[in-house]
Design a protein around this ligand. Structure first.
Ligand code: 13P
Ligand code: SF4
Length: 349
Protein backbone atom coordinates (compact mmCIF):
# COMPACT_ATOMS: atom_id res chain seq x y z
CA UNK A 1 0.00 0.00 0.00
CA UNK A 2 1.30 3.46 -0.90
CA UNK A 3 2.35 5.59 2.08
CA UNK A 4 0.61 8.77 0.97
CA UNK A 5 1.69 11.11 3.82
CA UNK A 6 5.36 10.30 3.11
CA UNK A 7 4.87 10.52 -0.67
CA UNK A 8 3.19 13.92 -0.22
CA UNK A 9 6.11 15.22 1.88
CA UNK A 10 8.68 13.91 -0.62
CA UNK A 11 6.88 15.43 -3.61
CA UNK A 12 6.73 18.81 -1.88
CA UNK A 13 10.52 18.90 -1.58
CA UNK A 14 10.86 18.72 -5.40
CA UNK A 15 7.72 20.35 -6.87
CA UNK A 16 5.71 23.43 -5.96
CA UNK A 17 2.32 21.83 -5.51
CA UNK A 18 0.48 24.46 -3.47
CA UNK A 19 -2.88 25.58 -4.94
CA UNK A 20 -2.04 28.24 -7.51
CA UNK A 21 -4.86 30.39 -8.96
CA UNK A 22 -2.42 32.33 -11.21
CA UNK A 23 -1.02 29.13 -12.73
CA UNK A 24 -4.56 27.77 -13.07
CA UNK A 25 -5.62 30.95 -14.91
CA UNK A 26 -2.71 30.52 -17.33
CA UNK A 27 -3.85 26.97 -18.17
CA UNK A 28 -7.22 27.83 -19.67
CA UNK A 29 -6.85 25.50 -22.68
CA UNK A 30 -6.82 22.48 -20.36
CA UNK A 31 -9.46 23.91 -18.04
CA UNK A 32 -11.88 24.68 -20.87
CA UNK A 33 -12.26 20.93 -21.43
CA UNK A 34 -13.57 20.36 -17.89
CA UNK A 35 -14.96 23.72 -16.74
CA UNK A 36 -18.50 22.37 -16.55
CA UNK A 37 -17.56 19.73 -14.00
CA UNK A 38 -14.46 21.05 -12.16
CA UNK A 39 -14.82 24.26 -10.12
CA UNK A 40 -12.22 27.07 -10.46
CA UNK A 41 -11.16 26.41 -6.85
CA UNK A 42 -10.53 22.73 -7.59
CA UNK A 43 -8.69 23.64 -10.80
CA UNK A 44 -6.34 25.85 -8.77
CA UNK A 45 -5.55 22.73 -6.68
CA UNK A 46 -5.08 20.44 -9.72
CA UNK A 47 -3.15 22.84 -11.99
CA UNK A 48 0.27 22.54 -10.24
CA UNK A 49 0.07 18.73 -10.51
CA UNK A 50 -1.04 18.87 -14.14
CA UNK A 51 1.84 21.25 -15.00
CA UNK A 52 4.41 19.12 -13.14
CA UNK A 53 3.21 15.86 -14.72
CA UNK A 54 3.12 17.29 -18.24
CA UNK A 55 6.70 18.62 -17.88
CA UNK A 56 7.98 15.34 -16.42
CA UNK A 57 6.21 13.36 -19.11
CA UNK A 58 8.31 15.14 -21.78
CA UNK A 59 11.52 14.57 -19.83
CA UNK A 60 10.82 10.84 -19.48
CA UNK A 61 9.47 10.43 -23.06
CA UNK A 62 6.34 9.03 -21.50
CA UNK A 63 2.78 8.69 -22.81
CA UNK A 64 -0.22 8.60 -20.51
CA UNK A 65 -2.99 6.21 -21.56
CA UNK A 66 -6.19 7.01 -19.68
CA UNK A 67 -9.44 5.09 -19.55
CA UNK A 68 -12.79 6.86 -19.93
CA UNK A 69 -13.47 6.29 -16.20
CA UNK A 70 -10.57 8.45 -15.01
CA UNK A 71 -11.42 11.69 -13.21
CA UNK A 72 -11.74 14.79 -15.47
CA UNK A 73 -8.46 16.34 -14.26
CA UNK A 74 -6.60 13.19 -15.38
CA UNK A 75 -8.69 12.59 -18.50
CA UNK A 76 -8.48 16.18 -19.79
CA UNK A 77 -5.39 17.45 -17.98
CA UNK A 78 -2.61 14.92 -18.53
CA UNK A 79 -3.71 12.10 -20.88
CA UNK A 80 -2.11 11.65 -24.30
CA UNK A 81 -4.58 8.97 -25.30
CA UNK A 82 -8.07 8.40 -23.89
CA UNK A 83 -10.55 5.72 -24.75
CA UNK A 84 -12.24 2.45 -23.95
CA UNK A 85 -10.39 -0.79 -23.26
CA UNK A 86 -10.07 -1.67 -26.96
CA UNK A 87 -8.82 1.78 -27.98
CA UNK A 88 -6.24 1.77 -25.18
CA UNK A 89 -4.99 -1.69 -26.20
CA UNK A 90 -4.71 -0.59 -29.85
CA UNK A 91 -2.94 2.66 -28.91
CA UNK A 92 -0.53 0.68 -26.74
CA UNK A 93 0.65 -1.08 -29.91
CA UNK A 94 1.17 2.26 -31.69
CA UNK A 95 2.88 4.47 -29.14
CA UNK A 96 6.45 5.55 -29.78
CA UNK A 97 6.98 6.63 -26.19
CA UNK A 98 9.66 4.91 -24.09
CA UNK A 99 7.40 4.79 -21.06
CA UNK A 100 3.65 4.14 -20.77
CA UNK A 101 1.84 5.38 -17.68
CA UNK A 102 -1.45 3.53 -17.38
CA UNK A 103 -4.21 5.60 -15.87
CA UNK A 104 -6.73 2.84 -15.46
CA UNK A 105 -6.66 -0.48 -13.67
CA UNK A 106 -4.05 -3.20 -13.37
CA UNK A 107 -5.27 -5.47 -16.19
CA UNK A 108 -4.96 -2.52 -18.59
CA UNK A 109 -1.33 -1.96 -17.58
CA UNK A 110 -0.65 -5.66 -18.02
CA UNK A 111 -2.20 -5.54 -21.49
CA UNK A 112 0.08 -2.61 -22.40
CA UNK A 113 3.12 -4.52 -21.13
CA UNK A 114 2.11 -7.68 -23.00
CA UNK A 115 1.92 -5.64 -26.21
CA UNK A 116 5.15 -3.71 -25.45
CA UNK A 117 7.50 -6.09 -23.66
CA UNK A 118 10.52 -3.82 -24.19
CA UNK A 119 8.87 -0.65 -22.85
CA UNK A 120 8.51 0.47 -19.27
CA UNK A 121 4.86 0.36 -18.20
CA UNK A 122 4.07 2.22 -14.99
CA UNK A 123 1.08 1.65 -12.75
CA UNK A 124 0.49 4.57 -10.33
CA UNK A 125 -1.27 2.35 -7.76
CA UNK A 126 -0.98 -1.43 -7.85
CA UNK A 127 -4.17 -1.71 -5.79
CA UNK A 128 -6.25 -0.52 -8.73
CA UNK A 129 -7.70 -3.96 -9.46
CA UNK A 130 -11.00 -5.11 -10.95
CA UNK A 131 -13.72 -7.41 -9.58
CA UNK A 132 -13.96 -9.15 -12.97
CA UNK A 133 -10.22 -9.78 -13.26
CA UNK A 134 -10.22 -11.08 -9.66
CA UNK A 135 -13.08 -13.50 -10.32
CA UNK A 136 -11.21 -16.06 -12.43
CA UNK A 137 -7.81 -17.77 -12.66
CA UNK A 138 -6.27 -19.98 -15.36
CA UNK A 139 -7.57 -22.94 -13.31
CA UNK A 140 -11.12 -21.61 -13.80
CA UNK A 141 -10.54 -21.46 -17.56
CA UNK A 142 -9.33 -25.08 -17.47
CA UNK A 143 -12.50 -26.10 -15.57
CA UNK A 144 -14.65 -24.49 -18.24
CA UNK A 145 -12.69 -26.25 -20.99
CA UNK A 146 -13.20 -29.58 -19.19
CA UNK A 147 -16.94 -28.92 -18.89
CA UNK A 148 -17.36 -27.89 -22.54
CA UNK A 149 -14.74 -29.85 -24.49
CA UNK A 150 -13.69 -28.30 -27.79
CA UNK A 151 -15.41 -24.96 -27.13
CA UNK A 152 -13.15 -21.94 -27.70
CA UNK A 153 -12.57 -19.57 -24.77
CA UNK A 154 -13.19 -15.86 -25.29
CA UNK A 155 -11.93 -13.86 -22.32
CA UNK A 156 -12.80 -10.27 -21.66
CA UNK A 157 -9.71 -8.03 -21.50
CA UNK A 158 -10.70 -7.47 -17.87
CA UNK A 159 -8.60 -10.51 -16.89
CA UNK A 160 -5.07 -11.21 -15.70
CA UNK A 161 -2.27 -12.03 -18.15
CA UNK A 162 -2.42 -15.62 -16.89
CA UNK A 163 -6.11 -15.92 -17.86
CA UNK A 164 -5.51 -14.29 -21.23
CA UNK A 165 -2.69 -16.79 -21.83
CA UNK A 166 -5.10 -19.65 -21.10
CA UNK A 167 -7.72 -18.27 -23.53
CA UNK A 168 -8.06 -18.53 -27.31
CA UNK A 169 -8.96 -14.92 -27.92
CA UNK A 170 -9.84 -11.79 -25.96
CA UNK A 171 -12.73 -9.40 -26.43
CA UNK A 172 -13.83 -6.04 -25.07
CA UNK A 173 -17.34 -4.74 -24.66
CA UNK A 174 -17.02 -2.91 -27.99
CA UNK A 175 -16.14 -5.96 -30.09
CA UNK A 176 -17.57 -8.95 -28.18
CA UNK A 177 -20.49 -9.48 -30.59
CA UNK A 178 -18.15 -9.23 -33.61
CA UNK A 179 -15.70 -11.74 -32.09
CA UNK A 180 -18.39 -14.25 -31.14
CA UNK A 181 -20.00 -14.05 -34.59
CA UNK A 182 -16.63 -14.57 -36.28
CA UNK A 183 -15.74 -17.73 -34.35
CA UNK A 184 -16.40 -20.96 -36.18
CA UNK A 185 -17.93 -22.86 -33.24
CA UNK A 186 -21.43 -23.67 -32.04
CA UNK A 187 -20.62 -23.47 -28.34
CA UNK A 188 -18.40 -20.67 -27.04
CA UNK A 189 -17.13 -20.10 -23.52
CA UNK A 190 -17.07 -16.47 -22.36
CA UNK A 191 -15.19 -15.44 -19.23
CA UNK A 192 -15.41 -13.84 -16.76
CA UNK A 193 -18.40 -11.47 -17.12
CA UNK A 194 -21.69 -13.36 -16.96
CA UNK A 195 -23.67 -10.25 -17.89
CA UNK A 196 -21.58 -9.28 -20.91
CA UNK A 197 -21.93 -12.93 -22.03
CA UNK A 198 -25.72 -12.86 -21.59
CA UNK A 199 -26.00 -9.54 -23.39
CA UNK A 200 -23.93 -10.88 -26.28
CA UNK A 201 -25.96 -14.12 -26.32
CA UNK A 202 -29.13 -12.07 -26.83
CA UNK A 203 -27.57 -10.55 -29.96
CA UNK A 204 -26.12 -13.76 -31.35
CA UNK A 205 -28.92 -16.32 -30.81
CA UNK A 206 -27.44 -18.70 -33.39
CA UNK A 207 -24.59 -19.58 -31.00
CA UNK A 208 -24.68 -21.30 -27.63
CA UNK A 209 -22.76 -19.14 -25.18
CA UNK A 210 -21.77 -20.47 -21.78
CA UNK A 211 -20.19 -18.24 -19.17
CA UNK A 212 -18.17 -17.85 -16.00
CA UNK A 213 -20.12 -16.19 -13.19
CA UNK A 214 -18.05 -13.05 -12.63
CA UNK A 215 -19.47 -9.54 -12.52
CA UNK A 216 -18.47 -5.90 -12.28
CA UNK A 217 -19.18 -4.43 -8.85
CA UNK A 218 -20.17 -1.11 -10.43
CA UNK A 219 -22.58 -2.29 -13.12
CA UNK A 220 -24.16 -5.20 -11.23
CA UNK A 221 -25.68 -2.71 -8.78
CA UNK A 222 -28.21 -1.41 -11.29
CA UNK A 223 -31.63 -3.07 -11.43
CA UNK A 224 -34.36 -2.98 -14.06
CA UNK A 225 -36.67 -1.41 -11.46
CA UNK A 226 -34.15 1.45 -10.94
CA UNK A 227 -34.28 2.18 -14.65
CA UNK A 228 -38.09 2.00 -14.83
CA UNK A 229 -38.40 4.32 -11.79
CA UNK A 230 -35.91 6.70 -13.31
CA UNK A 231 -37.85 6.79 -16.57
CA UNK A 232 -41.08 7.52 -14.68
CA UNK A 233 -39.47 10.39 -12.78
CA UNK A 234 -37.54 11.77 -15.76
CA UNK A 235 -39.54 11.20 -18.93
CA UNK A 236 -37.76 12.03 -22.18
CA UNK A 237 -34.36 11.06 -20.79
CA UNK A 238 -32.23 8.84 -23.01
CA UNK A 239 -31.02 5.88 -20.95
CA UNK A 240 -27.69 4.42 -22.03
CA UNK A 241 -26.32 1.29 -20.34
CA UNK A 242 -22.93 -0.41 -20.43
CA UNK A 243 -23.14 -4.14 -21.38
CA UNK A 244 -21.57 -5.12 -18.04
CA UNK A 245 -25.05 -4.35 -16.61
CA UNK A 246 -27.47 -7.26 -16.11
CA UNK A 247 -29.49 -8.08 -19.28
CA UNK A 248 -32.78 -6.92 -17.74
CA UNK A 249 -31.18 -3.49 -17.20
CA UNK A 250 -29.87 -3.38 -20.78
CA UNK A 251 -33.37 -4.37 -21.97
CA UNK A 252 -34.81 -1.23 -20.31
CA UNK A 253 -32.21 1.06 -21.89
CA UNK A 254 -32.42 2.97 -25.19
CA UNK A 255 -28.88 2.00 -26.13
CA UNK A 256 -26.13 -0.24 -24.81
CA UNK A 257 -22.45 -0.03 -25.72
CA UNK A 258 -18.89 0.19 -24.50
CA UNK A 259 -17.67 3.47 -23.04
CA UNK A 260 -16.58 4.66 -26.50
CA UNK A 261 -19.90 3.43 -27.90
CA UNK A 262 -21.64 5.58 -25.28
CA UNK A 263 -19.62 8.62 -26.34
CA UNK A 264 -20.39 7.97 -30.03
CA UNK A 265 -24.09 7.57 -29.28
CA UNK A 266 -24.25 10.86 -27.33
CA UNK A 267 -22.28 12.70 -30.06
CA UNK A 268 -24.55 11.32 -32.76
CA UNK A 269 -27.94 11.61 -31.05
CA UNK A 270 -27.35 14.72 -28.90
CA UNK A 271 -30.27 14.00 -26.56
CA UNK A 272 -31.45 16.89 -24.39
CA UNK A 273 -31.12 14.71 -21.29
CA UNK A 274 -29.16 11.51 -20.78
CA UNK A 275 -28.65 9.02 -18.01
CA UNK A 276 -25.46 6.99 -18.35
CA UNK A 277 -25.83 3.66 -16.56
CA UNK A 278 -22.13 3.18 -15.99
CA UNK A 279 -19.23 4.55 -13.95
CA UNK A 280 -19.65 8.10 -12.67
CA UNK A 281 -16.73 9.82 -14.45
CA UNK A 282 -17.96 8.82 -17.90
CA UNK A 283 -20.60 11.57 -17.94
CA UNK A 284 -18.21 14.11 -16.37
CA UNK A 285 -15.59 13.50 -19.05
CA UNK A 286 -17.90 14.07 -21.99
CA UNK A 287 -19.94 16.84 -20.39
CA UNK A 288 -17.96 19.86 -21.63
CA UNK A 289 -17.83 18.58 -25.20
CA UNK A 290 -21.64 18.29 -25.09
CA UNK A 291 -23.03 21.39 -23.39
CA UNK A 292 -26.37 20.76 -25.13
CA UNK A 293 -26.84 17.52 -23.15
CA UNK A 294 -27.93 17.49 -19.53
CA UNK A 295 -26.41 14.47 -17.84
CA UNK A 296 -28.55 13.22 -14.99
CA UNK A 297 -27.14 10.83 -12.34
CA UNK A 298 -26.64 8.22 -11.06
CA UNK A 299 -23.06 8.27 -9.87
CA UNK A 300 -21.69 4.80 -9.14
CA UNK A 301 -17.93 5.02 -8.71
CA UNK A 302 -15.44 2.25 -9.41
CA UNK A 303 -13.27 2.17 -6.28
CA UNK A 304 -10.42 0.68 -8.30
CA UNK A 305 -10.41 3.32 -11.04
CA UNK A 306 -10.64 6.02 -8.38
CA UNK A 307 -7.36 4.85 -6.82
CA UNK A 308 -5.56 6.68 -9.63
CA UNK A 309 -4.99 10.33 -8.72
CA UNK A 310 -2.81 13.16 -10.03
CA UNK A 311 -0.63 12.85 -6.95
CA UNK A 312 0.02 9.14 -7.57
CA UNK A 313 0.69 9.71 -11.29
CA UNK A 314 3.28 12.36 -10.43
CA UNK A 315 4.91 10.03 -7.89
CA UNK A 316 4.90 7.18 -10.39
CA UNK A 317 6.69 9.25 -13.06
CA UNK A 318 9.02 10.85 -10.53
CA UNK A 319 10.18 7.51 -9.08
CA UNK A 320 9.49 5.39 -12.21
CA UNK A 321 7.42 3.00 -10.09
CA UNK A 322 5.65 0.58 -10.09
CA UNK A 323 6.93 -1.11 -13.24
CA UNK A 324 4.68 -3.87 -14.54
CA UNK A 325 6.35 -7.19 -15.27
CA UNK A 326 4.78 -10.20 -16.99
CA UNK A 327 6.70 -13.48 -17.25
CA UNK A 328 7.76 -13.87 -20.92
CA UNK A 329 6.16 -17.31 -21.34
CA UNK A 330 2.82 -15.96 -20.05
CA UNK A 331 3.15 -12.72 -22.02
CA UNK A 332 3.84 -14.58 -25.28
CA UNK A 333 0.65 -16.65 -24.98
CA UNK A 334 -1.45 -13.72 -23.72
CA UNK A 335 -0.21 -11.56 -26.61
CA UNK A 336 -1.59 -14.09 -29.09
CA UNK A 337 -5.06 -13.82 -27.53
CA UNK A 338 -4.97 -10.00 -27.45
CA UNK A 339 -3.48 -9.67 -30.94
CA UNK A 340 -6.08 -12.07 -32.38
CA UNK A 341 -8.75 -9.79 -30.95
CA UNK A 342 -7.15 -6.64 -32.40
CA UNK A 343 -6.69 -8.28 -35.83
CA UNK A 344 -10.19 -9.71 -35.90
CA UNK A 345 -11.74 -6.38 -34.83
CA UNK A 346 -9.83 -4.59 -37.60
CA UNK A 347 -10.77 -7.21 -40.21
CA UNK A 348 -14.50 -7.15 -39.45
CA UNK A 349 -14.78 -3.38 -38.74
P1 13P B 1 -14.89 -0.36 -21.86
O1 13P B 1 -14.20 0.95 -21.68
O2 13P B 1 -14.15 -1.23 -22.81
O3 13P B 1 -16.32 -0.17 -22.24
O4 13P B 1 -14.85 -1.14 -20.46
C1 13P B 1 -15.42 -0.69 -19.32
C2 13P B 1 -14.74 -1.13 -18.09
O5 13P B 1 -15.35 -1.49 -17.14
C3 13P B 1 -13.31 -1.10 -18.01
O6 13P B 1 -12.96 -1.45 -16.76
FE1 SF4 C 1 -13.57 -3.62 -13.14
FE2 SF4 C 1 -16.06 -2.74 -13.10
FE3 SF4 C 1 -14.13 -1.19 -12.15
FE4 SF4 C 1 -14.30 -1.66 -14.81
S1 SF4 C 1 -15.76 -0.57 -13.55
S2 SF4 C 1 -12.44 -1.74 -13.52
S3 SF4 C 1 -15.08 -3.77 -14.81
S4 SF4 C 1 -14.76 -3.18 -11.31
Amino acid sequence: MLDMPTIREDLKTVYDLAPNPALAASMQAEYARMARVVSPADWAIHAPYVAAINALKKERKAAILAHNYMTPEIFHGIADVVGDSLQLAIEATRTEADVIVQCGVHFMAETSKILNPSKIVLMPDMEAGCSLADSITAKGVAQMRAKYPGAPVVSYVNTTAEVKAASDICCTSSNAVQIIRALDAETIIMTPDQYLAQNVAAQVPEKRIVWWEGSCIVHEQYTAQDIRDFRDWNPDTRIIAHPECPPEVVAEADYSGSTSGILDYVSRERPARAMLVTECSMASNISDAHPEVEFIGPCNMCPFMKKITLEKVLWSLHTMTTQIEVAPEVADKARLAVQRMIDLSAASA
